[in-house]
Write a protein that binds this ligand. Structure first.
Ligand code: C5P
Length: 225
């Protein structure tokens, strides 16, 4: 057990993409390397937190010193998150697919040569972050989400924070020219009730450290009662 300011605190981190099957060999997914979520889980563990790391399929090396729960779909991620409660804080860094394919079955959709194209029907996935943020006895004291945006980053992220009901949003500019997606660096703005605070572009590991320092401030040091 690591000593540190988050000793005795249980923190949940979601990370990576989810894969939503179309059939047994095909899926839809969002782009996500899992690098930022992994860095956050590691930084939390270093500060002594008990970390539950719920990850979709990602090639990233698993963080050390944390409980790892591997899932495929958004529905599985939602169930794993639910089972991990209660927690003191939840950081939703996963790029959850917004939809799943209705009726994805056990047999592969065949190209039958007739030129007839498959038609997919989608249904909405549960919003894990919004669910965690809902007021109630199981709501974590601190709920943090991410907002990957390509334009009006602050405007969209501020609206997202209010819509989802989380405490903080880390907004990041993921326009292709930023190289954030799949890269080692991130440029984020922390949006809270107090407003928007732009952080300089830095390594994802440094973003994680800075976020965890803020979490320590917010939760206060020491064991929970
Ligand atoms: O709405 P959008 O997907 O941009 O919101 C991003 C934030 O919401 C991220 O923190 C992501 O982990 C979370 N999210 C979630 N469940 C979903 C969709 C998004 O937890 N179904």
């Amino acid at each position: 057990v690591t000593d540190g300011p988050l000793k005795g605190r249980r923190v949940l981190v979601t990370s990576g993409p989810t894969h939503e099957p179309i059939d047994p060999v095909r899926y839809i997914a969002n782009r996500s390397s899992g690098a930022q979520g992994t860095a956050i889980a590691e930084a939390l563990a270093v500060q002594g937190a008990d970390v539950v790391f719920v990850t979709g399929p990602a090639d990233t090396k698993r963080p050390g010193g944390v409980e790892v729960i591997e899932v495929q779909t958004a529905a599985e991620m939602a169930a794993a998150v639910d089972a991990a409660l209660p927690v003191d804080a939840a950081i939703c860094a996963a790029a959850v697919a917004d939809w799943h394919v209705v009726g994805a079955g056990n047999s592969k959709i065949k190209k039958d040569g007739s030129g007839k194209l498959p038609v997919l029907e989608f249904a909405e996935n549960p919003d894990i972050l919004a669910g965690l943020s809902r007021p109630g006895p199981r709501r974590p004291a601190l709920v943090v989400g991410f907002a990957a945006e390509t334009d009006d980053v602050i405007g969209h992220a501020t609206a997202k924070r209010e819509r989802k009901g989380c405490d903080w949003i880390l907004a990041n500019d993921v326009r292709p020219e930023t190289g954030v997606m799949g890269g080692g660096e991130n440029a984020v703005t922390l949006i809270s009730a107090a407003g928007a605070e732009e952080w300089p572009r830095m390594r994802k590991r440094e973003v994680a450290k800075k976020l965890v320092a803020r979490i320590v401030d917010e939760l206060g040091a020491g064991e929970t009662g």
